[in-house]
Ligand binder design. Structure first.
Ligand SMILES: CC(C)(COP(=O)(O)OP(=O)(O)OC[C@H]1O[C@@H](n2cnc3c(N)ncnc32)[C@H](O)[C@@H]1OP(=O)(O)O)[C@@H](O)C(=O)NCCC(=O)NCCS
Length: 201
């Protein structure tokens, strides 16, 4: 019988899994021979505290998978990052379930934000496409320095530097919520709405 896996928004009680998560990410990057943004224990633990992380666990508490979300440029952009499924649990659509949960979390918390993904993984590209992301150039992503700092630990960062942040090994994909609306609201009306909303807050 196939083992049941639970996919849930992580909380402080899951901090005990952080080192396993970091080891699993590092091991997978080694196997793939690709670059990977470096994260610390404190960073992932904070994501759990802030309800910005999703974890997959077996019924008896073994780690199966993980991902987290982060906002950039005053919440104008969101990323879902660090997707990892433990090798023992791959090929069972757990990544898809985690991705669906992080995507829903991002859309629920920041409904106006654009969601983007910078990835070299075919599985991630397939899942992004299914959710409505489009491939874009790096110019369409955030200018937030804090986001790009995450690339500094990657073994391919020299390419990013050499091209003035225009190109790299990863493919950029963007989900723009406005493109999924049936009609377009004029920019001057949007500016008026922002003003009204700003006054009401
Ligand atoms: C990539 C990874 C997260 C996939 O996890 P998984 O639970 O086995 O994936 P799923 O079973 O949910 O598959 C999701 C989709 O991706 C596809 N897929 C899975 N692995 C794939 C691969 N290596 N190449 C191409 N497509 C792949 C699946 O066919 C599925 O698509 P479908 O629904 O159209 O059939 C997992 O292999 C992993 O952790 N790898 C190492 C870390 C990594 O590469 N992370 C991505 C960072 S860019």
């Amino acid at each position: 019988m196939e083992e049941e896996i639970e996919v849930l928004v992580a909380g402080p009680e899951h901090e005990k899994y952080v080192d396993t998560i970091l080891d699993t990410i590092a091991e997978a990057a080694k196997v793939r021979g690709t670059g990977i943004a470096k994260r610390t224990h404190e960073y992932l633990a904070k994501k759990m505290m802030e309800a910005k992380a999703v974890i997959a666990l077996t019924k008896d508490g073994r780690f199966a998978g993980f991902s987290y979300i982060e906002t950039w440029e005053n919440q104008q952009y969101v990323t879902t990052s660090g997707l990892i499924v433990h090798p023992d649990f791959r090929g069972k659509h757990i990544a898809k379930r985690i991705k669906d949960m992080t995507f829903t979390l991002a859309r629920t918390r920041w409904p106006h934000a654009k969601i983007f993904s910078l990835t070299s993984g075919a599985a991630v590209m397939a899942m992004n496409t299914a959710l409505g992301y489009q491939p874009v150039t790096f110019a369409d992503l955030t200018d937030d320095e804090a986001f790009w700092k995450g690339c500094e630990g990657c073994c391919n960062v020299d390419v990013l530097h050499r091209t003035g942040r225009k190109y790299c090994i990863c493919t950029a994909m963007l989900y723009d919520p406005t493109e999924h609306l049936p009609a377009k609201i004029a920019d001057d009306v949007l500016a008026r709405i922002r003003k009204i909303d700003g006054k009401e807050e």
